[in-house]
Design a binder for this molecule. Structure first.
Ligand code: MN
Length: 204
């Protein structure tokens, strides 16, 4: 596992993001979903594996509805400490606001111990077919990440499995609060209403 791509892309003298250090959870594997208002609003889905966070950018956000197959673009490994990162990234790579949308621990479907789990997960990652159980506040139960064949190199699908946590309708944006820094930003930076036709006639 290497964090060289992560490190090369960022300037840590200006960015508050954590530096590229390998580290691990003590007992259970961690996951985090960050909501990221960059040039486009998207979600970043990250699974701890062998001292780093394997990472996917999910444009539409994760879903608890098994019918939603969410495109997930694999991006560079992020350092373990990134699981706690939230804040404002200044001009440069990924500039914008990052907030934590959900976090918790995760396990393999077989619920192996962390050492066996990492070994199995690494093989599954290589095979392009990861199955796991999320124990988050929002995301719960079985999920899969499946690599798309013959498509773009890094394209995967994030899919909720049918289980007792699955729902028929889900919108990750509705699971946010008005006080979230990104929602505040979106409210404050709303496009001003276009002047009405009547007003235009009046002034001409
Ligand atoms: Mn991002």
């Amino acid at each position: 596992m290497s964090l060289s791509k992560y490190t090369i892309k960022r300037n840590f003298t200006v960015s508050p993001e954590p530096g590229g250090k390998i580290a691990k959870s003590k007992i259970k594997l961690s996951f985090v979903v960050q909501r990221h208002k960059a040039s486009h609003l998207h979600y970043d889905f990250r699974l701890e594996m062998e001292g780093v966070l394997k990472s996917w950018a999910v444009p539409k956000g994760p879903s608890m509805n098994p019918a939603d197959k969410r495109l997930a673009m694999m991006v560079e490994d992020h350092p373990y400490a990134y699981k706690d990162f939230k804040g404002v990234i200044p001009e440069g790579y990924g500039a914008g606001i990052v907030e934590i949308w959900d976090k918790g621990n995760y396990s393999t479907i077989e619920k192996n111990d962390a050492v066996t789990a990492e070994k199995n997960l690494r093989a599954a990652l290589k095979a392009g077919n990861l199955k796991f159980i999320l124990h988050g506040k929002k995301l719960k139960g079985e999920f899969a990440l499946v690599k798309l064949k013959g498509k773009q190199e890094n394209a995967w699908l994030l899919i909720k499995h049918k289980d007792e946590f699955a729902v028929d309708e889900y919108d990750s944006e509705k699971e946010t609060t008005a006080t979230s820094p990104i929602n505040k930003w979106l409210t404050e930076n709303k496009q001003p209403q276009k002047k009405s036709l009547a007003y235009k006639h009046h002034t001409s």
